[in-house]
Write a protein of this length. Structure first.
Length: 194
């Protein structure tokens, strides 16, 4: 099998595992992740703008994590798809932002300032111990991470259920971007010195 075929097979397995975990304890894991994140974030002073995702289907809900930062002077933004082969842009989000459904099914702010995040919180289907992230196959986050890293030092953090971790190295292609860390109900996995 080719790398794209291997990745597609792994996507199907990972979607099934994630759905089982989400159905069994999705909210509990999201709350536990937010507690791990809050403790870690207290020691971080460099993150002024945080990009996160509006969850769809069985993705780990990032809102408990975002809500844990109330009162801390940071700005939030959500990813916006501008074209099928373009990197994502990030539009500022507030709790009272008017949202609309994007062409990919995620909610995005109807209006808002374009921001460049310091921390990017991303969904994923699977990850390995080398920091390889398996997404949905569109390459949006890979293109975006590459562009952002060319502009500034960012940290990319995946949110996942522990069952999405694989001990085997995932198949990768040259354009795949490694992420810096993943946070599950068991805590952080760091793939570089952060």
């Amino acid at each position: 099998m080719s790398v794209p075929q291997d990745k597609q097979a792994l996507r199907q397995i990972s979607k099934s595992l994630r759905k089982k975990a989400f159905d069994a304890y999705g909210l509990d894991v999201a709350i536990l992740i937010s507690k791990h994140f809050e403790d870690w974030f207290k020691k971080k002073k460099d993150f002024k703008t945080i990009a996160f995702y509006y969850p769809i289907k069985t993705e780990v809900d990032p809102f408990p994590t975002i809500n844990a930062l109330k009162g801390i002077p940071v700005r939030f933004c959500l990813p916006v798809v501008t074209g099928p082969k373009s990197p994502l842009t990030f539009r500022e989000w507030f709790e009272d932002s008017e949202l609309m459904i994007s062409s990919y099914g995620a909610k995005i702010p109807r209006e808002g300032q374009s921001l460049i995040p310091d921390l990017v919180i991303t969904p994923l289907l699977a990850f390995d111990q080398a920091g390889s992230r398996l997404g949905y196959g569109g390459g949006f986050y890979d293109r975006t991470i590459e562009v952002l890293r060319g502009k500034k030092d960012i940290l990319v953090l995946g949110l996942a259920f522990e069952c999405q971790r694989t001990d085997a190295l995932m198949p990768t292609e040259p354009n795949d971007q490694k992420i810096d860390s993943v946070l599950t109900e068991k805590g952080f996995y760091f793939f570089r010195n952060t």
